[in-house]
Write a protein that binds this ligand. Structure first.
Ligand SMILES: [Zn+2]
Length: 369
């Protein structure tokens, strides 16, 4: 059973059971022991822990052989809800850096860092790396109330679904690692630049980058205007959109397609590739659908002829398939993170996985005829 750390009942519980207290005490002793034996950061591999495997995979691209990485949430787990196992605190006690989103995706994180007794990875310290810094956040609520579901209070925290954000994640990781180990900063910056180059090439293709520059293409993508911009312009008599390469070219048939998603966790992806999210299966983020909300969803999907539901593989697949069956739509159940499924071992594979599965579903639904 999952522990919902944002559940007020759990947060108010100040009397943990005796066994858990004993485990935490053991964790603290181990933590203090680990700190006593620590050596200077530049003289050994940095130990970097991320809240999820996607951040770890990007961190490895930045830090290469200078770091070893691990993560708390598994790739096929809901990143919002994590059972705060004492072993996580023990791991964090030895960490040189802790990579998190920095919004309210990981409400469980502060409790774990407190328990780890590792001051250097607490918020505001050098070893605390918040990847959202410098991003254009979407869906920032006008009032900060948990009445609207309560897990996206500072804006949509599922930032890594947008490939342009992945570059910012890598940059923030490089900046953080530089603070922890200044002696290796040049290598971290190099790792970041290499990753950024690879994302740009995979996103736009070489030709268009040469013509317009990655900076312009990135700004257009973040604004959700890449394809309309390219469709209106010509180069040497040919439409610029014909020069597209990479994911943007592959995903071109998805532009303008209507979509239902299970949770509000795809907004950066859908804005990048021009998909039009009409509704979610959850009535509010992290609130399970009720029979009434499912009925409303079925009505909307039938009325608007929506042919695809996209869901991460840790949600209730049976509900998705049931709705799809009722309205004759296709379900797309995918890994939401690196290591969320066998064969998804990098950020590049993850983005490919999302695009390929969506294309196949719209094709099955007859959307490209
Ligand atoms: Zn969420």
């Amino acid at each position: 059973m999952k522990t919902r750390m944002n559940d007020p009942k759990i947060q108010r519980d100040t009397k943990p059971n005796t066994r858990l207290t004993a485990l935490w005490s053991a964790a603290c002793v181990l933590a203090i022991g680990a700190m006593a034996w620590s050596t200077p950061a530049s003289a050994r591999k940095l130990y970097v822990i991320s809240s999820n495997p996607t951040y770890s995979s990007i961190a490895k691209r930045v830090g290469g052989n200078l770091i070893r990485v691990t993560y708390i949430t598994k790739g096929d787990q809901d990143p919002h809800f994590v059972r705060p196992k004492p072993s996580f605190a023990v791991q964090l006690s030895k960490a040189d850096a802790f990579v998190v989103t920095g919004l309210d995706l990981e409400l469980w994180a502060p409790r774990l860092t407190d328990k780890s007794m590792n001051r250097s990875i607490r918020q505001g310290q050098n070893g605390y790396i918040a990847v959202y810094s410098g991003m254009k956040l979407m869906e920032i609520p006008t009032s900060r109330s948990r009445a609207s579901g309560g897990v996206h209070m500072f804006g949509n925290p599922h930032v890594y679904t947008g490939p342009m954000n992945a570059k910012i994640i890598a940059k923030n990781i490089a900046i953080g690692l530089c603070k922890v180990s200044p002696a290796n900063c040049a290598a971290f910056k190099k790792g970041y630049r290499r990753f950024k180059y690879q994302i740009n090439r995979r996103m736009f293709g070489k030709k268009l980058i040469k013509l317009l520059g990655a900076g312009t293409l990135t700004r257009l993508t973040v604004a959700g205007k890449l394809i309309p911009f390219l469709q209106k312009r010509k180069y040497r008599g040919k439409p610029m959109v014909d020069m597209l390469g990479g994911w943007a070219k592959k995903a071109l048939p998805l532009w303008g397609q209507k979509l239902v998603t299970y949770h509000k966790n795809w907004i950066y992806f859908t804005k990048t590739f021009g998909l039009n999210v009409i509704q979610e299966v959850e009535p509010k983020p992290a609130i399970p659908p009720s029979p009434q909300s499912i009925r409303r969803l079925i009505n909307t999907m039938s009325r608007q002829k929506i042919k695809v539901i996209l869901a991460a593989n840790f949600y209730d697949e049976s509900k998705v398939r049931k709705v799809c069956k009722r309205v004759g739509a296709q379900s797309v159940i995918v890994a939401f993170s690196v290591h969320g499924k066998r064969g998804i071992n990098s950020y590049f594979q993850l983005t490919n996985h999302w695009i390929s599965n969506l294309l196949a579903a719209y094709r099955r639904a007859g959307a490209f005829k």
